[in-house]
Design a protein around this ligand. Sequence first.
Ligand code: PLP
Length: 499
Amino acid sequence: MAVTESVSGGACGAHEGILRRQSARESAARTYARALPIVPVRARGLTIEGADGRRYLDCLSGAGTLALGHNHPVVLEAIRKVLDSGAPLSVLDLATPVKDAFITELFHTLPPGLADRARVQFCGPAGTDAVEAAFKLVRAATGRSGMLAFTGAYHGMTAGALAASGGACDVRVARLPYPQDYRCPFGVGGPRGAELAARWTESVLDDPKSGVPLPAGMILEPVQGEGGVIPAPDDWMRRMRQITATRSVPLIADEVQTGVGRTGTFWAVEHSGVTPDVMVLSKAIGGSLPLAVIIYRDDLDVWEPGAHAGTFRGNQLAMAAGTATLAHVRENRLAERAAVLGSRMLSQLRYFKQEFSCVGDVRGRGLMIGVEVVDPEGEGQAGVRAGGATDAYGQGEVPPVPGPGPGPAGGPTEPAAGPRSPGSPRPAAPELAAAVQRECLRRGLIVELGGRHSSVVRLLPPLTISDEQAAAVLDRLADAVAAVSRGLSRTAGAARTRT
Ligand code: PLP
C-alpha cells in the first residue's frame, strides 16, 4: 500500500497514508504525534526531512535527547564501530569494553564531590526507570519510605515517578512549592518568593505535626522542563542542599533533561555548585539511543543485589553513542556555547513580550527556553506578580542588550527592559499556544508545548545549532506568534463590530 501510494500518489500520498494508518492503528494515548503530523524520513543536525518532502527545523530534539542533533557524524561513527566489531549488542549488566569506556567518560564529566566517590547503576532504558531506581536506592540507604517532590515536577510515567510528578498514585510523596517568578504561589516572585518556598520546605520537615515524616529523599529538577521551563534559583538550590544535608535526607537531582550541556554547564547542578547525593540521567547520555543510569555516592550503595534489575540495561550501541556524545560536548565546550547562545536567544525573545500581548513571559537557561502564552484579554491573577526578576537570581541570563539592531522578524530596535507592565500575569492560554505550535509547523519549525497548562512554547535545539540557524528559528517563531496575534485582533475586531 505504501509503495503503491508513493508511486501513484507521490511523496504526499505516502505521507498522508502513513498518518492515516497511524491514527487508525496507534493508541489514543499517543502524544507528540497528535500535534506534529509529520513523517520524518531523514534527519541531520537541526533538520528533519518529512515524507511530504518538506524540511523542518527541529527544536524538539527528541524531547531534549539530541544534544548533537540528528545523526551527528561522531555518533554514527561510534555506532558503526560497534556494529563492525562483532561485539554483542545486548549484554544485561555484564562488563564490556564499550561499557567500560562509557563509565570512564561519564565519570570524567561528573561534578566535583561526586566524581571521586561515584557509583553507577545501569537501569532500564528510560528516565522514569532511573527515577524508580533512585527511590529504591535512597529507601534502602535510609530505611525510610516517603519522598519529597515539587509542584510542577515531571519525573516520568511509572508509578513512583508519576506520583512524584503529581499524578494519582499511592506512593507517599509530599509536594513542596517550587520557586517560580512569573506565577509565584506566594504572590511575590524573585528571591523573596524563593525564600518563602525554602522556608515552607523547612517547616514541613521540622514540624512534627506537618503530617510528613522524615523522608527517604528529595527529588528535584534544577530546571523544570515539562513543568514550563522554570529554572530554580541558585540560592534556592543551595538552600535545598543545606536543608537536606543537615537532616540526612539524600538529595536526588533529576538531570534527565537538563544534563549534557543543555543549560549552559555540563550538569545543571553546577550553576549553584550543589553536589547532589544521587543524579538521575537519561536522554542525551545515550547519544540519541535509549540509556538511563543513576549516579550516587558510594556510601549509599547498600541495596541488595537485584534490588533494581531489568533486561535492557546493556545497550552497547547506546553506550557507544553516549560516550561519543559526552566526549564531543566536553571537548568542544558545547555547554559554554549553549550558555552564550541561549542568553542571546533569550534576550532577543524578550522583544516578544513588548511586541505581542499574548506573550506573558520568556525564560530559560542555556538552550532550554520557554515562551509562556497568555490570554491578552484575560484578567490578571490577583495577588500574583508578573515576573521579571529572574536576573536577580544570577541565572546567567543577560539583560536585554541596549542599542540598535533589529529584533527578530523586524521587531523594535530597543528591547523591553523588564516586564511590560507591573501587575499580575494573565491566564495561561493553551489554545493560543497550540495555535502558535501549528503556525510554527506550517513555517517548518518543530516546537514542543509544556507547562502546567500546556501554554509554554518550548525550544530545545541541539547544542550544535549555528548562529544562522538560531536566527532562522527565532524568525519563524516570531512570524508564527505574529500570525496568531493577527488572528486574535481580527476576532476582537469582529466582536466589537457585532456589539
Ligand atoms: N525526568 C525528567 C526531568 C524528564 O524530563 C523526563 C522526561 O521528559 C523523565 C524524567 C522521564 O524520562 P522518560 O520519558 O525517558 O521515561
